[in-house]
Every structure is written in C-alpha cells, then in structure tokens.
Design a protein. Structure first.
Lengths: 222, 623
C-alpha cells in the first residue's frame, strides 16, 4: 500500500500572508509536531513526499486547499486530520483527510480548474457601476489580451479568453463580487491577477489591488 | 479602564498586500502567546529585521519568562523593512506589536535588546515610528517606560539619553521581576496609573539596574570623563550586573516560537552553558558572561526533546561560547547524535574546537555532505596570537587540517582580525603564509581527489569595553586601507579566496562602542540624516554619518583611535561586570609582553568574578 492521503484545509485570517514555500515548511513541521511520519524520497537529497495540489498566491484566502502526501506507515485518515488540527497555527483550518487509491496519478497532475471569489470594493461608485457592468460585452471580445512576464522575465502579450471557463458578477453592499472558474493546473493555468488586469480597465474600475480580496472556493481535479 | 489601542486592521490588511514578506508583520507563529486580558503589557523590541530578531535565542528566553508572569503579556516588535515603513508613515500607521496588533505607544513597558552597535539608529527610528519622543526626559507618564538590556548595555552611555533605565547582566530573573513590580504598582494605584519616577525609583533598588538620570557626569577640558556622581541617596557608585549563580533550574523555553518565514537560524536551540574560561583578550563575551555555568546533560536532553516535540524543527543546535568546552562534551555529543538520528533531525555543533573527538563527531553527523570547516586563528603569527591570548598554535591548525583532509573535507574557512594591538606587517604576512601552507598541504594530500579551497575572511578589530583591550586605540581607516592592500597582494594564491569588506562600519562601531553620553547626539543626528539598518551593506549610509560628525562637532578619532591611560575614568566604569579593572590591566600588560594566560580551568587567574558568585569550573583541572 502506498499510504497516500489528501488533506483539505482552509487558509484564512493572517495565515493568508504565508507564502507557498513557507506553507511547505509549515506542514513539514506540523507533521513532525503531530508525530505523523511522512515518507521521504530516496536518493542524495531526500525530501518529504508531500505536495500541494495547486499553489495558492500570497494574500489569497481559500476554503479548499489540498495537500497530497505519503506516510511511512498506514494511519486512519481521521486520525491524521485530528492530530494535525491540534498543531496548526491560527488560520490554517484542517477540514478533512481521505485516503487516496494506489496507482493513480497525482492530484496535482489531475487538477484542471479552480473557482475564485473576488471581492472588489467600489465605494460610492457602486450604483453607477451596477448598471454599467455587462459581463457579456467583456466575454464577447474576440480576444482578451494582457501583458505578463514570462519565465525569462520578459513582458509578453497573451490571450486569456479561452482560459476563463465562467464568470459571474453580483453586488453586495458596496462591493462587486466576481465568481469565476479559471483553468488551473499544469496543462493550462490562469491567475486571477491576469483576469483582473483585463477586467478592471475594461470597466473603468479604479479600485487599488490592495483593497481587493481574492478567495479560492473550489479546486477541480479530473 | 480598558482602552484597546488597536491599529486599524483593515488598513493593515491592505498594506500587507503591498509589501515584501508580509509574514514578518502578522504574528501568526506556532507557539506564540496571546494574552487578551493582561493587565500589564511589555513590548519586546528587536531593533532589526524579523529574520534577525527571530534567530536570537535571548528573545525566545525572555518572551517565555515574561509571559509566565500572571497578568503580564510579552509581545514582540521588530524594525519594519523600508517598504513597510514607507507605507506606515504614508498611512499614519504607528509601530505595532505582532501578537495583539496594539500601538507600541500604548504599552506599559518597552524593552529593547542591544546586540550590536550598528542597530542603534534603528532604535531611534522605532521610537519615532511608535510616535514617542526620543529622549527619556520628554516622555510623560502616559507613555511606556523604555528600557534596554543585552551585551551593548555594558556601555549604556551612548544611549543613556534615550532610556529610562538599563538592565545589566543575565535577564531571566530580573526581567519578570521588573514586570511584577509594575503590575503590583498598577494594581495598588486607585486610577490604574503608575508614576514613572516612582516605578524607576523602585526598580533601581534591584541589582543590575542602571538609571542614567541618577548620575551626573562631569568632563575634563580634554573631553574625557572627570567623574560620575550619584545625584540622589541610595544610588550605588557603580551598578553591579545581575548574575544568575546556577542555570540548571532557570526557565528555558520548552515551546519555542516557530517563525513562518525562513529566518537566519531556523532551528531548535539549547543553551548548554554561559561564560567562557579561555580568556581571549579581544573578546567581550568572554569577559562579561563569566563565570562558566553549565546545564546538566539531563537538563539539556530534556530541553532538546521538548523543543523538538513542540516545534517540529528538523535541526537542533547547541548554544554556548565554545561548544566543546562543555565539561561532559563527549557524553553529550554521542547521546545527542543518537537521539537526532532516530528523530531524523540534523545536529549542528557550532564553534567546535577541532580535536580528534570533534572530528569523529563532525564526520559522523555530516557524512558525505560535509559543510565547510571553520577555523578562527584570529591572528597570523604565534606572537600575535599570544598577544591576544588566542591559545591555538600553528601545529594545532595544520594537524587539524591534515585530519580534515583525510576525512574528506574540501573547504576551509579561516577567520582573522586586522588591526589587533601590536600588529606588524609580518603578522599580516603570516595570514597569507597559513593560507599558502594549507593549499600546499592539500596538493600533497589530496592529489587527484578534486579541488580544495581556502577562504580567508578578515575583519577589522574593534576594541570593546570591559576587555583587556578597552584602553587600546583602533587602527585608523588609512592604516586599515594600507593593510588591506598589502594583504590582498599577498593573498593572490590559487585556490584561496580573500574576503574583506573595507567599510567604515568598524570605525563607527569603535566610536559608539566606547562612546560616552555625548555620542548620543551623533547617533541621533545620523538617524536624522537618514541612517538606519547600518549593519546591512545595502542600506549603510556613510555620508549620513560623516555629516553627523560635522554637524555635532564630535571627533570620532577621540573615541576610536585614542589610547586611554589606566587612570582615565572610562564612561562604562559605572558598570561593574564583576571582572576587576586590575585583572584587565594585568591582562593588557601581559599582552604587551606577548605573554599568555592559561585557560582558567587549569587554575584561577584572579579575574574577580568569584567575589560575586561561586566560580564552579574555575580551576577544576588544576585541583
């Protein structure tokens, strides 16, 4: 048996300012504190067999983070969840642990989409914007071009239209709330940052990025 | 009377999205302690970045002991990085604590740790960010009592103006006592207010507390100190340091805070002993932490286990001034190695003396992945090593390196100091000589086994208070430049890397380390000129300091490059470290004769510390 598990957890409060790399270290230590022995890779530089299904950007909250890992021996999944829950820092909330079938591809490689909720405060401009935001016109564009830095740090233009699987808007209080399903995973991936980069200027929204809150609400695996 | 004084958290949230490493400011660490209903709040301030402060074991120790006091909360604050500071100033957000996000100005007590001189401008910057006046005299009863401790408090004078009082010596017992006294006074007060002057008068009765405003200082015409005179009754002529006789049952953190971001030293740490018996004449730590006080092996195992259990760290390190001087080191090392192997925890043993046992230990814990070996001969010739009483011989160095090469090490780092008292160019040549000999040896011994590299790091000597060299001048900057040029010529050797940062930092350190009350103006002016994070080369701003010298008329050479006579009153004479001036003079005279003083475990050398406490390991091998 491979002793493979998937842990789901929420990331909220100040914990959202913990980066992906720091989350890896945080979990490695949490497992040690909980006394759950993670399996290690063999070789010159052994590393714990543990990976996040899809990294979450710094500053995003989430209700659906997934960590796939293997242990040295078999545990009851509920035991793992309970032990880990007791040693987590505030804002990392364990929701569930399930055993994964042997022999299947990793969840990370099966991940294909993620749903985000984006809260954009509009202040007094809300009544004016409420009437004028027509998502149809945004999505009906032939292409949605944004510039981004590629891996060589060069600015390149890219069309994100095909990567937006769905987009809905609603207004609550003075906020515009977008719910959007975007490509996620190794085959095709779209960061909500790029969506915002196209969306905000299209509708003339001047809200500063630091006031916008983004939360991941669902991760979808094939 | 509950006021919350919380900062605007929505504003903070937005700021956190705009700065580098926001986790520095969130206070979400595992094992942090949040006391919502404390009656007294103490802010522990580390005047540098989070990554530096969280690597400091003293913070963990004091955090633990202060929080163990009923109704008292200890919260942390670090110097915000420049991007965060800019936002804070632009948004009018005052300096706040990590635990409960309260304004620092609303705390009852604020304590800074003084670890190195080049953090002093950060202290002023933090007070300013907190919205507090810099000078103690300008802060009213509605503002925190501001105190400082740590090694640099042994010469508190350059900072005297900014603090209500200083804590000299071991902090584990006195720090919680300071909080208890405040709490009890607050409890007894009808309106919940505590008069600062009454509080300071009360704590000044404790051994180890120095209240600068209780002393008048007079100066001679030449600028040297004429006298220190207590200006009220009951104040001692000299303040004797707080000293814990026995560490065994003194609290030590069992559940250390685990930082979220990667910090400099990210590991479990157990202090094995305090103090050192070697008596290196340049070393302040070797003097001010006397006598040697050890924890028992059982206590060390217990602390190591609880630290690892509670933190989940995958590295354990031992802390002391000289790891292998622990009296039962072999037993300790063997046993910890075994424990760590079972737990899959890396064991790290810093500052080992490289004898054959240490090599066996290092070989075993590092296996095939050997890190570089580090050696600190400090000086290039036997004569100069005798002057500074660094008791290692050339023979020690070469035989250790020969063993190291046999065991498969391929890198060695050598540390030296430049500008030591009585240094000549021959001594500098000796540095190059040692590097060259090691390379020659490696060619012979390691033929065909790959490259061997030697890195030589040279730093500038800074004479420190409370050491035998406290009277000695520092080399001038000009002399340092010439010596550096000479050395870099000599060190053009294949396989040898020479590291030296010709920076005026060491000169400023020398000025401030042995400064008097007048140097406060220099530090304040430098801060006004924009100096902060002076120990970070990317933010070090020498122009700001140079300008401050001009503006204040302070002559740096008077502090850095002047030889003091033995009968001069030194600004730090008001602090009694327990080591007598006679001993320091004797050691300085012996230095002039290049005569060594043996490790005092082989026989007491009469430093004076046994008048304050029982010196248990002094002379143990001599008996």
């Amino acid at each position: 048996m491979e002793n493979k598990y998937c842990l789901t957890f929420k990331k909220e409060g100040y914990a959202i300012f913990t980066s992906h790399l720091d989350m890896q270290r945080l979990f490695k230590r949490a497992f040690k504190r909980a006394g759950i022995e993670i399996a290690y890779s063999h070789g010159y530089n052994p590393h714990p067999l543990m990976s996040f299904v899809q990294p979450l950007s710094l500053g995003y909250s989430s209700v659906c983070e997934m960590l796939e890992f293997r242990t040295k021996e078999s545990y009851i999944p509920e035991f793992i969840a309970a032990e880990l829950a007791g040693v987590m820092p505030e804002g990392i909330v364990v929701t569930e642990c399930v055993r994964l079938e042997d022999g299947k591809k990793t969840l990370a490689s099966r991940c294909c989409a993620a749903v985000y909720e984006i809260v954009i405060p509009l202040g007094d401009a809300v009544s004016e914007k409420a009437g004028s935001i027509d998502l149809g016109s945004f999505l009906a564009q032939d292409e949605i071009i944004v510039t981004k830095r590629n891996k060589k740090k060069k600015l390149v233009e890219t069309d994100i239209k095909e990567k937006i699987q769905s987009l809905e808007a609603s207004f609550v209080d003075n906020n515009l709330i977008l719910t959007t399903k975007l490509d996620a995973g190794s085959d095709s991936n779209l960061s909500p940052e790029l969506l915002l980069k196209a969306f905000l200027p299209f509708f003339g929204i001047g809200t500063d990025r630091s006031e916008i809150e983004i939360s991941r609400v669902e991760l979808i695996c094939k | 009377m509950i006021t919350n004084n919380m900062i605007d958290k929505k504003k903070l949230d937005a700021m956190l999205k705009r700065v580098v490493k926001p986790a520095r400011y969130i206070g979400n660490e595992t094992n942090l302690i949040v006391k919502d209903n404390a009656k007294v709040r103490f802010a522990f301030a580390f005047p540098d970045m989070y990554e530096i402060g969280m690597s400091y074991v003293g913070l963990q120790i004091l955090y633990d002991v202060i929080n163990s006091v009923d109704d008292v909360a200890c919260e942390r604050v670090f110097a915000p990085d420049t991007d965060m500071e800019e936002l804070m100033r632009a948004e009018g957000m005052p300096l706040f604590s990590l635990e409960t996000k309260r304004e620092i100005a609303s705390f009852d007590l604020l304590g800074f740790t003084l670890q190195y001189e080049m953090s002093f401008t950060n202290i002023l910057n933090m007070l300013d960010l907190a919205g507090l006046p810099l000078a103690a005299a300008d802060r009213g009863d509605d503002m925190p009592v501001v105190m400082a401790g740590g090694p640099c408090a042994y010469n508190p004078e350059p900072l005297a103006k900014f603090f209500d009082f200083f804590i000299i010596g071991d902090g584990e017992l006195i720090q919680p006592e300071l909080c208890r006294i405040y709490r009890d006074m607050k409890d007894a007060s009808p309106d919940g207010r505590v008069s600062k002057s009454e509080y300071i008068a009360e704590v000044s009765k404790l051994r180890g507390i120095y209240v600068p405003s209780y002393y008048d200082v007079e100066y001679n015409e030449d600028g040297t100190v004429k006298s220190y005179t207590p200006n009220r009754e009951g104040v001692p002529e000299r303040v004797t340091r707080s000293l814990i006789d026995d560490l065994e049952d003194i609290p030590y953190p069992k559940k250390p805070m685990v930082p979220i971001i990667n910090v400099v030293h990210d590991r479990a740490v157990v202090e094995t002993f305090r103090g050192c018996t070697r008596g290196c004449r340049f070393c302040q730590a070797g003097m001010i932490y006397r006598p040697v006080r050890e924890r028992s092996p059982e206590k060390i195992y217990e602390l190591a286990k609880s630290q690892l259990d509670a933190s989940g760290h995958d590295e354990l390190s031992l802390l002391s001034l000289s790891t292998s001087d622990y009296s039962k080191f072999e037993e300790l090392a063997v046993s910890l190695m075994e424990d760590c192997r079972q737990r899959e925890v890396a064991l790290s043993l810093p500052s080992l003396r490289l004898d054959s046992f240490s090599f066996r230990v290092l070989d075993e814990i590092q296996g095939y992945r050997k890190s570089g070996l580090t050696f600190a001969p400090e000086a290039g010739s036997q004569r100069l090593r005798d002057v500074i009483n660094k008791n290692i011989t050339e023979e020690n160095i070469y035989s250790s390196l020969s063993q190291a090469m046999d065991l498969g090490w391929n890198r060695v780092k050598l540390y030296f100091m430049m500008g030591l008292p009585q240094e000549t160019y021959e001594d500098l040549e000796g540095i190059a000589e040692i590097a060259k000999n090691i390379m020659d040896m490696s060619r012979e011994k390691r033929a065909g086994k790959g490259r061997f590299s030697v890195s030589v790091s040279v730093s500038n000597f800074v004479p420190k208070p409370h050491t035998p060299f406290q009277w000695e001048p520092q080399d001038t900057r000009q002399s340092f430049v010439e010596k550096h040029n000479f050395l870099s010529d000599k060190l053009h050797i294949r396989g040898v890397q020479f590291n030296y940062h010709d920076s005026p930092v060491s000169y400023l350190e020398a000025v401030v380390a042995r400064g008097d009350r007048k140097t406060a103006d220099l530090i304040e002016q430098a801060w006004k000129n924009g100096c902060k994070f002076d120990s970070w080369s990317e933010s070090f701003n020498y122009e700001g300091w140079e300008k401050a010298f001009e503006q204040t008329g302070i002559d740096g050479a008077f502090y850095a490059n002047r030889r003091r006579s033995y009968d001069e009153v030194l600004p730090w004479d008001v602090i009694d470290s327990g080591i007598t001036k006679e001993f320091l003079m004797r050691e300085n005279e012996k230095a002039k004769a290049a005569s060594t003083t043996p490790d005092c475990r082989h026989g007491c050398q009469g430093c004076g510390i046994n008048k304050l406490t029982e010196c248990k390991l002094g002379g143990i091998y001599g008996k």
